[in-house]
Design a protein. Structure first.
Length: 268
């Protein structure tokens, strides 16, 4: 079945313009079952033929509004309807039975793969810029694969990444994204430990400049990887997270997977 991308303007993208992600590696997850999709409720929710509702974890549609969805949300919904309705899908969930399988609404949290073509649905949305990665503390098993697809879509300015509000911010621009999801890229200027929490500062004044906070629970996760976040001094980083105001713009890192260490620019 061909994939057709339809934007809210009614325009169709050529099949050659649609980015199909490589086959996903689901080995960190638990296979659930295979069922057909009855309908696509919105870009994040699918109804299966047995009546269950599946929520797509790990992704965010930034302009999704139930009353007035934006262009990206409308395009993503139409794309999924063309791709999934009446099609059997394979479902995968976290191996941890204690968290990450059901949300507070009772929807099942699943990575979804269309059986015809082995097409990973979350990856398909990310690859075409119809979704962005949603940092969280659970369902992180596919994070590295998701970030790679998001980075490629952003580099090619696909979908939402062609829109200025979603661009990667510099530390100096971080204050423009308060109380919203953001991606910030910059070089760590100083580090500090206060009450067992690490602070990575991206400017000369930690009272006002952008900072990443790493609390003890996340530090322990770094320890299991034999990584000391204090070693990030003078490293170029890209962080994904919720921007708040705490002595200036601030992101509290929720998991090491949401902090990427980038190649440092070579000195001339």
């Amino acid at each position: 079945m061909a994939l057709i991308l339809i934007f809210s303007t009614g325009a169709h993208a050529a099949e050659d313009d649609i980015a199909v992600p490589p086959k996903a590696d689901f080995t960190e997850l638990r296979p659930a079952n295979t069922l057909a999709v009855r309908r696509v409720i919105d870009p994040l929710r699918l109804e299966l033929v047995d009546g269950r509702i599946v929520q797509l974890p790990g992704i965010d549609i930034p302009d999704m509004d139930q009353q007035e969805p934006g262009d990206v949300a409308v395009a993503a919904t139409l794309f999924l309807r063309n791709t999934l309705v009446n099609k059997p899908v394979r479902l995968y969930q976290t191996k941890d039975p204690g968290k990450g399988r059901v949300n507070r609404m009772g929807y099942e949290l699943m990575q979804v793969e269309r059986r015809d073509g082995d097409i990973w649905i979350q990856g398909l949305l990310l690859a075409n810029g119809l979704a962005r990665v949603l940092p969280n503390t659970r369902n992180t098993e596919m994070a590295a694969q998701m970030l790679a697809l998001e980075n490629e879509a952003r580099e090619n300015r696909r979908g939402l990444w062609a829109k200025e509000p979603y661009h990667v911010l510099t530390p100096g621009m971080a204050g423009d994204a308060l109380n919203a999801m953001a991606i910030v890229e910059g070089t760590v200027q100083s580090t500090a430990i206060v009450n067992n929490r690490i602070f990575l500062n991206f400017g000369p004044d930690w009272h006002t400049d952008f900072t990443i906070g790493i609390d003890p629970a996340v530090r322990r996760l770094y320890n299991t990887r034999n990584i000391d976040p204090m070693s990030f001094l003078h490293k170029k980083l890209r962080v994904h997270g919720w921007m708040e105001n705490y002595n200036g713009p601030y992101i509290s890192l929720t998991d090491p997977v949401w902090l990427e260490v980038l190649p440092s620019p070579k000195a001339p």
